[in-house]
Design a protein around this ligand. Structure first.
Ligand code: HEM
Length: 117
């Protein structure tokens, strides 16, 4: 069970890596768009995060305030990505820069909270 939990944590971190990596790639390429890859990474983070939020194996202690804050950040990220893709479809242009920067800052902050708190 402990190994299984570690595998789910690994997948959870991969979800973050996919979202943040896609964001860095867009920024580095100067496109400043939100992408489906970011959506998929976020979905992986959410599903694995929810699985980890249950206290298994028995006896494990979880930091629920921390998990709650990450869940709030994830929901805001989902809203920003949704707004971004809707706008891109409508206008064909890159998303407004504050929205793009917000995605990166929030994804980074969630990882920072997970690791530093
Ligand atoms: C973008 C959003 C998120 C990021 C970047 C993120 C990042 C991370 C990282 C790097 C870890 C490993 C470090 C650690 O164990 O503390 C972790 C662990 C964990 N995450 Fe997240 N997370 C996110 C969202 C969520 C959500 C939405 C939930 C639950 C609803 C969640 C639940 C957990 C749990 C329970 C652990 C602890 C695993 C353990 O100690 O066994 N995370 N997260």
């Amino acid at each position: 069970m402990e190994v299984l939990r570690s595998v789910v944590v690994l997948l959870h971190i991969v979800g973050f890596a996919v979202t943040f990596g896609a964001w860095v790639a867009e920024a580095a390429a100067g496109r400043f768009r939100t992408t489906r890859v970011m959506d998929y990474g976020l979905l992986v983070s959410l599903l694995t995060g929810l699985a980890l939020a249950a206290p298994w194996p028995a006896g494990i202690e979880l930091n629920y305030p921390k998990i709650g804050i990450k869940l709030v950040i994830l929901v805001i990220l989902g809203a920003l990505l949704g707004m971004g893709s809707a706008r891109q479809k409508r206008t064909g242009e890159a998303v407004p820069r504050p929205l793009f920067v917000g995605v990166g800052v929030l994804a980074f902050s969630a990882a920072a909270i997970a690791v530093v708190w």
